[in-house]
Write a protein that binds this ligand. Structure first.
Ligand code: DON
Length: 536
């Protein structure tokens, strides 16, 4: 089964499985197809994380997060007066917002190390190339989305031509073709993923960067490497959880919250009781405070992973929770951990017939990333530099406060919230795999989906659809979803001292696959977004 945010991409994944490819082969084909059919987030100009659990039980994590260019430095996004630069030159829009893309390097490692060997690289790239070349019919959602991002997309000539039809815009039902992207994919198809980093595509990206005051050079592209990491493992009420280690914060924060909640009988508190929301939010507040202080690229900073996910540490943090009173984030700093120094994304999951699982989240950060399409390539570039602490101690586009450890440094990866996750049954067989889009809300969405299955006996679709809450330490406010909380519950939580966000808002969107005890694959696409889970 393939569950992704676009029907065409899911179908392409299924074709690969039918031809004898494994979950990794299918995931690569899905990822490349999404770069064409889901341009606000699917990408070859961004980066992400692939978590792979082989049917024999071995698990692998591929980190293909973007990397800061060699010329980047701590104060890159701060002007002479110490203020954050806005617009072109900022961490969110324009040429300097991009980190060196990692997607193709990541897919290359996955293919060479874990592909079935039955499907060629060409066969994985061709469906995406063909969709870019021949086009596909635009849905209303996508046609409208291009227009709603027109202000910044229009600033960059190739983005303006490709996504805004040179100001004439697209409508529902139009055939949308991306010839330059097709050519880029054709080169990648013939010469391999390295073409993007050392071939004509690399030269085009570097030339466009140079002409526009960007920092990514040919050397930066040549230097880029996807990294293999040890998956992070923890457990909740005896169920093993396999998830992403740093440079994602997602796995650690999730395990911290679950460790804290384990002490309480969440099941009998009830799915949407004030008492449960209170504990959940207090656990989130504390874990996000730790995120701000301790988490960053592990190749640049020592991240005290083991201590942060230790159950004893969770007990210490729990001891500071009053069951009837909200803490104030200003009183909740990071826990005392001794260190010995030595707004777009998309998630998809594939489970093949043999039981191999790929669960992958990748992103260009904001919708349409930096809004820059590198000239002549059709490749929309990310704005992942904003996931660094552009100004340590101040909020980024997601309102996240991050510290010095996550400052901009050359060739460093920005801290992420992406949380591809696999949960095992107690008998050691895989139960469900999932992930989400939505910045820091990814973490809280995945946490609540896991709790909904384990504590509240929901199936994967119900677990993903159920209303959620979110708290990320700062801003010190409890976000809930439209129709997601009864007025009585809201009143109780207010009486505990919680401050609610000014208005409710959507909290991330998730996709996942559950494997039933008889082996049936149950696909789930969040009702908050598009997508299709397809089996065969
Ligand atoms: O890596 C991260 O945490 C962010 N760049 C993810 C951004 C995101 O999910 C935006 N989505 N809707």
């Amino acid at each position: 089964m393939v569950a992704s945010q676009h029907e065409l991409a899911s179908k392409i994944g299924i074709d690969v499985l039918k031809k004898g490819g494994n979950a990794v082969d299918a995931a690569i084909a899905v990822g490349l197809a999404l770069a064409v059919v889901y341009p606000e987030a699917g990408n070859i100009g961004g980066g992400g994380f692939m978590l792979y659990r082989r049917a024999d039980g071995q698990a692998f994590a591929i980190d293909y997060r973007e990397m800061a260019p060699g010329a980047a430095s701590r104060d890159l996004f701060i002007d002479g007066e110490g203020k954050l630069i806005k617009g072109e030159g900022s961490s969110t829009v324009g040429y300097r917002a991009s980190g060196v893309p990692g997607t193709l390097a990541g897919f290359d490692v996955a293919f060479k190390k874990h592909g079935s060997g039955k499907i060629s690289w060409r066969q994985l790239v061709e469906p995406a190339r063909s969709l870019a070349q021949n086009g596909y019919v635009l849905t209303k959602r996508l046609a409208d989305l291009f227009v709603s991002y027109k202000e910044n997309l229009a600033k960059y000539p190739d983005s303006n031509r490709i996504f805004l039809n040179s100001g004439k815009y697209y409508r529902e039902g139009d055939l949308f073709k991306q010839p330059e992207l097709a050519q880029t994919l054709a080169r990648v198809e013939s010469h391999g993923a390295s073409e993007f980093y050392t071939g004509k595509t690399a030269e085009l990206i570097a030339a466009d960067m140079k002409a526009n005051n960007g920092l990514i050079t040919l050397q930066d592209l040549k230097n880029y490497k996807a990294k293999e990491r040890q998956p992070l493992r923890g457990n909740y009420r005896g169920y093993e959880i396999i998830t992403m280690p740093p440079p994602s914060s997602g796995g650690i924060v999730m395990l911290q919250v679950l460790n804290m909640l384990e002490k309480y009988d969440v099941r009998s508190l009830g799915y949407n009781s004030a008492a449960k929301y209170h504990l959940l939010v207090e656990a989130m507040r504390r874990s996000f405070a730790d995120r701000a202080e301790y988490m960053a690229d592990p190749d640049f900073q020592t991240v005290p992973v083991e201590k942060l996910i230790d159950k004893k540490y969770a007990n210490e943090r729990n001891a500071t929770i009053d069951q009837r009173k909200a803490s104030s984030s200003k009183d909740i700093g990071q826990g005392a951990i001794e260190i010995r120094e030595g707004m777009d994304t998309t998630h998809f999951t594939v489970v093949d017939a043999a039981g191999n699982i790929v669960t992958n989240t990748y992103t260009i950060n904001d919708l349409y990333g930096s809004r820059v399409t590198a000239k002549g390539t059709g490749v929309l570039l990310n704005d992942e530099m904003d996931d660094f602490a552009a100004r340590p101690g101040r909020a980024n586009m997601f309102g996240l406060i991050q510290g010095e450890r996550n400052k901009v440094e050359p060739m460093k990866r920005p801290l992420s919230s992406m949380t591809p996750t696999i949960v095992m049954r107690k008998d050691g067989t895989p139960w469900f795999a999932l992930g989400a889009r939505g910045g820091p809300r990814i973490i809280t969405a995945v946490i609540q989906s896991v709790i909904n299955v384990i504590d509240h006996d929901m199936d994967i679709q119900a677990a993903i659809d159920a209303p959620r809450v979110h708290h990320q330490w700062y801003p010190d406010e409890l976000l809930y979803e439209p129709y997601g909380m009864s007025p009585d519950t809201l009143n109780v939580l207010t009486s505990y001292g919680h401050t609610f966000a000014a208005r409710p808002g959507q909290i991330a969107s998730a996709t996942g696959i559950m494997i039933d005890t008889d082996g049936t694959r149950l696909g789930a696409i969040d009702s908050r977004s598009d997508g299709e889970a397809i089996g065969y």
